[in-house]
Design a protein around this ligand. Structure first.
Ligand SMILES: Nc1nc2c(c(=O)[nH]1)N[C@H]1C(S)=C(S)[C@@H](COP(=O)(O)OP(=O)(O)OC[C@H]3O[C@@H](n4cnc5c(=O)[nH]c(N)nc54)[C@H](O)[C@@H]3O)O[C@H]1N2
Ligand SMILES: Nc1nc2c(c(=O)[nH]1)N[C@H]1C(S)=C(S)[C@@H](COP(=O)(O)OP(=O)(O)OC[C@H]3O[C@@H](n4cnc5c(=O)[nH]c(N)nc54)[C@H](O)[C@@H]3O)O[C@H]1N2
Ligand code: SF4
Ligand SMILES: [Mo]
Length: 696
């Protein structure tokens, strides 16, 4: 029987739906229901939201600090854990200085946890080696939109979906991954908005779209530049918006002058006729909004792809009004927040340049502490430096890079080579298994704090349950570790104190308090003196950098095209019922029943050539790794392209993926690498990578 119901926010994706946790008389979590009046979810939740109780079930949790002795973990007290970790860190720092240690924080944890993590790195360890999963997610958005518009976030709001005439979804699969927004998109289309989906796969949204542009993987810039060519040639651009608000139109025009739709047909696989149709529809709509995701960012051309999209929106004046804008669908529940909090090696909270002396002295003065001065490493930079002996101690929480970073064998080798690996987790992940110390972390329901969703809405989460066993909030164990190292920099008593300190130093959050957030069902940044009620639409009258910058970009091929040895291109995607490394969704029997294992999606044409039947066991090989799984034969992927989810540790697509990187942000090319696929004997069950490792 339900005894009480407490409102909080869903801990999975960046939509930030409002959920209610239901407790029985013993204060045990017994279920979940949607918040009826929530501004985004409006009384709905997707299957993951409904399954939250399984994700944090105390039965499956780490409840005490653990120390690894050879291959076994021994439970220890917090005092012993902090003492040993502190001694280890001190020894490394004394020997090799702050450049060889770092922190990887979590886009699943709160703003307060993330603010504490970057302060721990910069003011306690004195290093800018701080990063998180945004590196391999929307770092090209942060860099690309910062250059063009001055702010790397969704320009408009979720409710704009109902205010627009045309929605372009490019490189995103929102019915699977931002399901409540996906539902709003379908709804808006039913009410009259036109829907264009640009994706190499036939996604569920592509099936209902007015137009599906099935481009070849990695050809975004060729397509967008051909659209720009058409728009400018046909005078469909918005000259008055360009004159008043943009710089660089001449250079952009000459950059696309030769890029006719015909000239790129062989690159994109899209007919010139269709390019013209889409260019006309987008540029001539009264209001049109672009929504995009990993099919734009996860390429060596990631930042350039984002810039190309910004060029398109600006030239058409689809910006700064309701139902317009460029809208990155930020992925994790708090990835917008973890970036805002400065858990990136190059920026402090509020995107303040970490290498600028005035920024360093602002924070040093406010914290009363000398701060890190040298530029920091990215997450993959830390992995690489470990293998060359230049990085030795990593504190990581709420990420599972063994499953989610590219080139799994390389990641594993690197984590094993560390002198010290500390992992704070809810449960025993593949990464935690490699740690020297595993710390028990409180889940979202066991702590107070805030999450910032994809539309920049900062929302409060409440502590509903006691943490299981000795688990602590991430900021709390970071505070204890700082004290162990002799620093009082993290000596807050409540999460509200963390938030208040952060807000004074982060211009876009300056006008926010817990009380204000509660009163308004969250507030969208910037929220400050000029905008005390927050901001639904960015760039209405001007850009933070004055005029927006139109920046010419050129098509860049994928790093590893198919060849004779590896004749298929592998792309990786998500499935509705599972999330990230699977550690939270695979605890739910309901979600696990829907999709219990990884598969490789392959076109009937390629399946026939390889003599595969439905569910045939197969081996998949790339230049970096090998895995076994089963074939799922479907027209949803075109010939030549195969696709795999990355949620399944038994058959993780990151065993195969490429680490080639976008030179600007170090984003690896997770959306394309070359593989070969071959049938296994029909009666042989696919082996898990764990079994394959044991055999080695
Ligand atoms: N169920 C579920 N939901 C999630 C997550 C999850 O793990 N599971 N993760 C969350 C996170 S962290 C994130 S970042 C978001 C990501 O959400 P999305 O961005 O929607 O993620 P993906 O499915 O990886 O990729 C999106 C689409 O890009 C397409 N694509 C591949 N190559 C290209 C290309 O060259 N051009 C174009 N235009 N498209 C291409 C793919 O076919 C795919 O449909 O989802 C969030 N929501
Ligand atoms: N091949 C391929 N690889 C990909 C992608 C892809 O499209 N293709 N997408 C990439 C993207 S966009 C992303 S964002 C990454 C995501 O990669 P990860 O961040 O590694 O994935 P998650 O499953 O979100 O892992 C989060 C972990 O955090 C733990 N956790 C949850 N809440 C808390 C908390 O409050 N405190 C602590 N300490 N722990 C907590 C959970 O138990 C879980 O194990 O994967 C990337 N990897
Ligand atoms: S759409 Fe995202 S935030 Fe909403 S219920 Fe589903 S996983 Fe949670
Ligand atoms: Mo992500």
């Amino acid at each position: 029987m339900t005894a009480s119901i407490v409102k909080t926010i869903c801990p999975f994706c960046g939509v930030g739906c409002g959920i209610c946790l239901k407790l029985d008389e013993r204060q045990k979590l017994v279920g979940v229901e949607p918040q009826l009046s929530h501004p985004i979810s409006r009384g709905k939740l997707c299957d993951k939201g409904w399954s939250t109780a399984y994700a944090i079930d105390p039965e499956n949790r780490i409840t005490q600090p653990l120390k690894r002795i050879k291959d076994k973990f021994r439970p220890i007290s917090w005092d012993e854990a902090l003492l040993s970790i502190g001694d280890s860190l001190k020894a490394i720092l004394d020997e090799a200085g702050p450049e060889v240690v770092g922190v990887i924080s979590s886009a699943r944890a709160t703003n307060e946890d993330n603010y504490a993590a970057q302060k721990f790195a910069r003011a306690v360890l004195k290093t800018n080696n701080i990063d998180h999963c945004a590196r391999i997610c929307h770092s090209p958005t942060v860099a690309g939109l910062k250059q063009t518009l001055g702010s790397g976030a969704m320009t408009n709001s979720a409710s704009d979906i109902y205010k627009t005439d045309l929605i372009v979804v490019i490189g995103a699969d929102p019915t699977e991954n931002h399901s409540i927004l996906g539902g709003h998109i379908v709804d808006a289309q039913r009410k009259g908005a036109q829907l264009i989906v640009i994706d190499p796969r036939v996604t569920r949204l592509a099936k209902v779209a007015d137009i599906h542009v099935q481009l070849k993987p990695g050809s975004n810039i060729a397509l967008i530049n051909a659209m720009l060519h058409t728009i400018i040639a046909q005078q469909w651009h918005n000259q008055s918006f360009i004159d008043a608000r943009c710089e660089g139109f001449e250079a952009l025009t000459s950059n696309v002058e030769q890029v006719t739709p015909e000239s790129v047909e062989s690159i994109t696989g899209v007919s010139a006729e269709l390019v013209r149709q889409v260019a006309k529809a987008y540029s001539q709509a009264n209001s049109a909004m672009i929504m995009y995701g990993m099919g734009i960012t996860q390429f060596v051309s990631g930042t350039q792809n984002v810039i190309a999209l910004a060029n398109l929106a600006l030239v058409c004046g689809q910006m700064g009004r309701p139902g317009t804008g460029i809208n990155p669908l930020r992925g994790q529940n708090n990835v917008q927040g973890a970036c805002d909090m400065g858990c990136l090696p190059n920026v402090y909270p509020g995107y303040q340049d970490a290498t600028a002396p005035e920024v360093q002295s602002k924070f040093a003065k406010s914290w009363g502490e000398e701060v890190a001065s040298k530029p920091g490493l990215t997450s993959l930079g830390m992995t690489k430096a470990t293998l060359s002996g230049d990085f030795r101690g990593l504190i990581l929480f709420g990420e599972d890079p063994v499953v989610t970073d590219p080139d799994q064998n390389h990641v594993k080798a690197s984590l094993k080579a560390l002198d010290l690996l500390v992992v704070a987790e809810l449960t025993m992940t593949e990464t935690a298994k490699l740690a020297d110390f595993v710390l028990p972390a409180a889940s979202f329901a066991e702590k107070a704090g805030t999450f910032t969703n994809c539309e920049r809405r900062v929302q409060r989460i409440s502590q509903v349950l006691a943490p299981p066993g000795a688990a602590k909030s991430d900021w709390q164990w970071l505070k204890a570790l700082a004290e162990q190292l002799g620093s009082q920099q993290l000596s807050w008593e409540t999460s509200e104190q963390v938030f208040d300190e952060m807000a004074t130093l982060t211009p876009a959050y300056q006008g926010m308090t817990y009380a204000g957030l509660d009163r308004h069902q969250g507030l969208q940044w910037p929220c400050n003196q000029d905008a005390p009620m927050g901001t639904e639409i960015l760039h209405r009258d001007s850009f933070p950098i004055g005029k927006a910058k139109l920046l010419p970009v050129r098509y860049i091929d994928i790093d590893e095209p198919a060849d004779e040895q590896f004749p298929l291109v592998l792309t990786t995607n998500r499935l509705h019922f599972h999330y990230g490394c699977g550690s939270m969704t695979r605890k739910s029997p309901l979600l696990e029943r829907e999709t219990p294992a990884g598969v490789l999606f392959i076109n009937p044409h390629d399946a026939k050539a390889l003599q595969l039947q439905r569910y045939s066991p197969i081996g998949v090989r790339s230049r970096r790794g090998y895995l076994e799984t089963r074939a799922m034969i479907t027209d949803d992927v075109p010939p030549g392209l195969v696709s795999m989810p990355y949620h399944f540790k038994e058959a993780p697509s990151n065993q195969l993926t490429n680490t080639a990187q976008d030179p600007i942000t170090k984003m690896p090319e997770l959306k394309a690498c070359a593989v070969s696929v071959f049938p296994l004997p029909p009666n042989q069950a696919p082996k898990t990578v764990q079994q394959l490792w044991e055999e080695k």
